[in-house]
Write a protein that binds this ligand. Sequence first.
Ligand code: HEC
Ligand code: HEC
Length: 288
Amino acid sequence: MAKKPEKKQEVETTGHEWDGIEELNNPLPRWWLWVFYACIVWAIWYSIAYPAWPMVSGATKGYMGWSTRENVAQEIAAAEEANSEINAQLVAADLSAIPGDEQLAGYARDAGEAVFNTWCVQCHGREGGGFVGYPTLSDDSWLWGGSMEEIHTTIAHGIRNDEDPDARWSEMPAFGADGLLSEEEVDQVINYVMSLSGEPKDAAVVEAGAEVFEINCAACHGENAEGMVAMGAPNLSDAIWLYGGGYDALYETIWNSRFGVMPPWTERLDEAEVRAVSAYVHQLGGGE
Ligand code: HEC
Ligand code: HEC
């Protein structure tokens, strides 16, 4: 049997014993004890100096007056102060001149990207990649126009919303649901639209569809189906689709129509931000 350690004799036991093993009442190491006391002193000082104790509403303030919220507010104010001059220049500049002004364009791109990533990515995707029903902003196919002025108007007032009386507005009729076209005519015009993007289709059906198109659709989508910015009517001949170019998607669009809505942004963003995000969208690849 192993010998019990000598030390046991010098140290008292706590009286706890289990199966021959006793718990010794060793004193805590000095260094540990002093660190422990130091922590207590530090904690008392901290709870007086800094916000620490929760109250019914808010918390104790602490004599140092520290507030992370205030620090952030100060930093934001400082950043705004630092940018105020260039923001003023941005607001005063001629919209169409912004992309050509190296300094303004560079600033607008960065500031606009921040705005875009906060307010626009949910619908338009990263870097304006787009989703079904939410247009790609990085190509040069525009529903409402791709000049700085047109992009700015679209963003400031939004599209088909009831909040802004200057919102972009147009409404494609629900040709099937409202009985404007028969099932056969809808089928014909779908075949015609698909043929425009190079889908091989029955020539006789396409020809009948072209006639339906000319009577019912050309007023908005243009004689050659190349779209009309004034109506926000998409180009139907470029194989770029907002809602999809398959038969079923086209059927849904033409039978029931769609109604893409974008909110206006002037209430949430200031003019410098609207201009910055306009310039950002403009330079994504498709700015006119
Ligand atoms: C709630 C979803 C939503 C959000 C958020 C949103 N948009 Fe849109 N946006 C749309 C829809 C839907 C359309 C297309 C409407 C249509 O069919 O004409 C659109 C169209 C546009 C167009 C017109 C594109 C063209 O081809 O003419 C621009 C430019 C645009 N958005 C920019 C922005 C910017 C910049 C933001 C952020 C400040 C933003 N959008 C936020 C839904 C949204
Ligand atoms: C009053 C104007 C108007 C008329 C008339 C009209 N359209 Fe449209 N069309 C639009 C608008 C505006 C959109 C954009 C849809 C939206 O977001 O609300 C659109 C969208 C479409 C789309 C979706 C395109 C895509 O990229 O996904 C198709 C397809 C289409 N129209 C076909 C037709 C056909 C076929 C007719 C005739 C039978 C027709 N349109 C008549 C205004 C019109």
